[in-house]
Design a protein around this ligand. Sequence first.
Ligand code: ADP
Length: 267
Amino acid sequence: MGRRIAPSSAPKRCTAVSREDDAELHEQITELREAVSARDAFIAIAAHELRNPMTPIRGQAELLLRKVRRGGCSTDEIEFGLERIEWLINQYMKRASALLDVSRITSGKLSLTPERVQLASVMRASVASLLPLAQHAGSTIELAVPDSLVGEWDSLAIEQIIDNLVSNAIKYGAGKPITLSAAAEGRSALIRVRDHGIGIPDEERARIFDRFERAIGSGSHATGFGIGLWLVRQLVEAMDGEVTVDTPAGGGTLFAVKLPRQTKAVL
Ligand code: ADP
């Protein structure tokens, strides 16, 4: 938009126009700042989403290498190990391409594609890919989900939601057992991720879903950008769902995601 020039003989009008100019300039600066912070957010998301899945890949490669070096590793075992690594890399590539969608969240242009998703298979895949990480942390993961639980969701979004919540349960779970479960509840599906770890203080609960927010005291336990839960909430809400967090009896943390089994396609 062009800037207007005020006639020099009309000081009052000049002041008014100058204010208008100021407002316009201010608006442009705000827009620029927002664009820069959206770009920064995207870089942080990219780093988070591309780094996290490398851990199970490295774990699996190290495991295979140790076996081979010890000797007596059969061709079948090597093949199985390599297949596992290949599968993890494919998952990684899927995640990398999903980053484009994540960047669209910030600009409000994310569109999700609902398809028939069986929660049990997504959850099993997530547990399988995070198992080396859980084992390293000393946690077991118990999975309870009926095969019959299906819904119309964006499958990549569901994977990201579950992966983020389970990897947090491992990161902040203090090496104690983790339970991942899902059940039908009326027209919705209720997914629960429960750990027995460090927990989240009451006053921190609302804040942890904001971008770049981390609960005080979590720094010494794990590294992170405070992006995972923001992503989870964006994706859950894009599918008309709701995510909540609680401290259950016995301590630790319980995340609950309620998703209508039929969702709209567009954010
Ligand atoms: P981060 O990359 O820091 O893990 P998240 O957005 O995934 O970012 O989580 C935000 C913050 O919420 C974390 O830094 C941590 O303080 C807290 N948090 C998330 N999940 C858990 C959990 N299962 N137990 C305890 N604290 C958690």
